[in-house]
Design a protein around this ligand. Structure first.
Ligand code: CO
Length: 197
C-alpha cells in the first residue's frame, strides 16, 4: 500500500534533524525563497532536486504543460504572492522536452477536460504549423513546440499586472524561460530573460 511513504518521511525527517537539529524549527518561522518555479506537473521533474535547492528555497507552481493563462486565478495568485509578499527575485518558467501535454496539443482532441486546458498550446501549434511541419521527426517537432510554449508563457507572465507593477516601482525581478531535458537531466536556458517592461 502506501504506508512506506510515511515510513520514508519519518526516516527523512530524522536524518535531516540529525544533521541539523534546528532545521525544521528554523523553517517553521517562515519562508523567504528567492525563486518562483513554474513547471510541468510531470513526475520526472522534481524542481528542488534538479536545482540543488533545499526546502524553503523555491516557491513552486506546477500544472500540465507549464501554462500561465492570463485568466488563471491559480497561477496568477501564485505569482502575486511570490512577487508581492515573498519578493522573489526570479520567476523561472521551465518547460521540458517529451512533454505529454505539448504532444497532446498537436493531436486530435480526445482527452476531455485536458483538451480545454491545452487550448492555448493548441493555438500556438496552429500558428506555427508551417515551420513545425518542416521538422520531420515528430518528437523533435514536439520539442520545438515545447520551446515555443516556454517563450509564450514567459510573455504571459511578463504581461501580468503584478509583474508590470513590480517593474514600474523598480522592484528587482527577472523572468526566465528554460527547458529541461529529461533524457540528460540538464536545463537549457532559452535566453529570453526579461527584467523590465
Ligand atoms: Co510536461
Amino acid at each position: 500500500m502506501i504506508n512506506h511513504l510515511i515510513e520514508n518521511n519519518q526516516k527523512w525527517a530524522s536524518s535531516v534533524k540529525a544533521d541539523n537539529p534546528d532545521f525544521f524549527s528554523e523553517l517553521a518561522k517562515g519562508q523567504s525563497p528567492e525563486y518562483l518555479w513554474i513547471g510541468c506537473a510531470d513526475s520526472r521533474i522534481p524542481a528542488c532536486k534538479i536545482l540543488g535547492l533545499e526546502p524553503g528555497e523555491l516557491f513552486v507552481h506546477r500544472n500540465i504543460a507549464n501554462i500561465v493563462n492570463t485568466n488563471d486565478l491559480n497561477a496568477l495568485s501564485v505569482i502575486q504572492f511570490a512577487v508581492k509578499n515573498l519578493q522573489v527575485k526570479n520567476i523561472i518558467l521551465c518547460g521540458h522536452y517529451g512533454c505529454g501535454g505539448v504532444q497532446a496539443s498537436m493531436g486530435p482532441k480526445c482527452n476531455g477536460m485536458i483538451d480545454d486546458w491545452l487550448e492555448s498550446v493548441r493555438d500556438l501549434y496552429s500558428s506555427h504549423s508551417e515551420e513545425l511541419s518542416e521538422i520531420k521527426d515528430p518528437q523533435e517537432a514536439a520539442n520545438a513546440l515545447s520551446e515555443l510554449n516556454v517563450k509564450m508563457q514567459v510573455e504571459n507572465i511578463c504581461k501580468t499586472e503584478v509583474v508590470q507593477e513590480a517593474w514600474s516601482t523598480g522592484q528587482t525581478l527577472e523572468v526566465h524561460g528554460w527547458v529541461y531535458d529529461i533524457s540528460t537531466g540538464t536545463i537549457k536556458d532559452l535566453e529570453v530573460s526579461r527584467s523590465k517592461a
